[in-house]
Design a protein around this ligand. Structure first.
Ligand SMILES: CC(C)(COP(=O)(O)OP(=O)(O)OC[C@H]1O[C@@H](n2cnc3c(N)ncnc32)[C@H](O)[C@@H]1OP(=O)(O)O)[C@@H](O)C(=O)NCCC(=O)NCCSC(=O)C[C@H](O)C(=O)O
Ligand code: MG
Length: 282
């Protein structure tokens, strides 16, 4: 596991790489990660310009914050050029987001083109084939995380754009289980509404409760709510500390299990408590 895989990605703001104003605003935002997009938010006519515009922005900001680039997918005319441009960005680039990954073979091809560059990739899972092959994708070369792309997946499934987060449970659990098995991050994709309303906050809390590490947002107004959804509350932090203290005290007595406030505690509860504290860097 690389240190990249430990990066905090509670709120990931995406901005079109062809729009210098939005890209710069994103880079000045409080999002944990900024993804500059070369794919679907950029027209075919602007692909080359966007690639040229994004490179100096990554070089300028990549040392001080987490900046990634979403490239165009395998099978498009831009895939190779995008990868080579990303490889040239060196350490300034946190990761490359590869869209519409459908098999480990897609990642092997990207790996071949990236050559000696140590850059890691995040795989967007946004086709039925990608969901079905998630187990091989998470163990593909360079993979540090997987992201669900609801817009493309919904379009290929014929699912309503207004389907509630609960309707996506099969995909969410498949992706999460595979990510946890491989030890890579599980990131939720964007909600297509651009306001910070109840529906958005519900979607973020839903995946945070499931166990995801963070969520993409497409508008700066959604950053704070996304970050809050994936940050333990003070009460959760205090509870985690009490759990670990009670278990330490039990261990000193030679017991592996203990009770606290009417609940049984054991090593499994300690693992969850440690995970909670790790989210605040404790
Ligand atoms: C959806 C938008 C086009 C709306 O933009 P706009 O009409 O400008 O909205 P506002 O007037 O409300 O904007 C207010 C100010 O905020 C800035 N802004 C807006 N969005 C962003 C952003 N993403 N990053 C940075 N700054 C942003 C505006 O410029 C305004 O500021 P000012 O100019 O000073 O007035 C827009 O939100 C947008 O482009 N969003 C991102 C689109 C995108 O990147 N899409 C790709 C990712 S989605 C995806 O990946 C789907 C996935 O593949 C799947 O299949 O699910
Ligand atoms: Mg998509």
């Amino acid at each position: 596991m690389t240190s990249e895989q430990h990066l905090r990605r509670r709120a990931v703001l995406v901005a079109p790489g062809s729009d210098e104003r939005k890209a710069s605003k994103a880079l000045a935002s409080t999002a944990d990660e900024v993804v500059l997009d070369l794919e679907d938010a950029v027209t075919a006519a602007q692909k080359d310009t966007a690639r040229e515009l994004v490179a100096p922005l990554v070089r300028e900001h990549g040392a001080g914050r987490t900046v990634s680039v979403r490239i165009n997918g395998r099978g498009t005319p831009w895939f190779e050029d995008d990868l080579r441009a990303c490889a040239a960005l060196g350490d300034a680039l946190a990761s490359i987001v590869i869209p519409k990954v459908e098999s480990a073979e897609d990642l092997v091809e990207a790996d071949r083109i990236l050559g000696d560059s140590p850059v890691v990739v995040q795989a967007l899972i946004e086709t039925p084939a990608g969901v079905q092959r998630i187990d091989e994708i998470v163990t593909g070369p360079r993979v540090a995380g997987v992201i669900i792309g609801y817009a493309d997946l919904g379009a290929s499934l014929g699912r309503s754009r207004t389907a509630a987060p609960e309707h996506w449970l099969y995909v969410q659990d498949r992706v999460l289980h595979a990510a946890r098995t491989a030890g890579v991050q599980a990131i939720d994709g964007p909600f297509l509404g651009i306001t910070d309303d109840d529906a958005f906050r519900h979607s973020a809390r839903w995946v945070a409760d499931l166990g995801f590490d963070g969520k993409w947002v497409i508008h700066p107004a959604q950053i704070d709510s996304a970050a809050a959804a994936f940050t333990p509350t003070d009460a959760q932090v205090e509870s985690a500390r009490k759990v670990l203290a009670a278990l330490e005290e039990a261990e000193n007595r030679g017991a592996g299990a203990a009770q606290l406030d009417g609940q049984m505690l054991d090593e499994a509860v300690a693992v969850a408590a440690r995970r909670t504290l790790s989210k605040i860097g404790a």
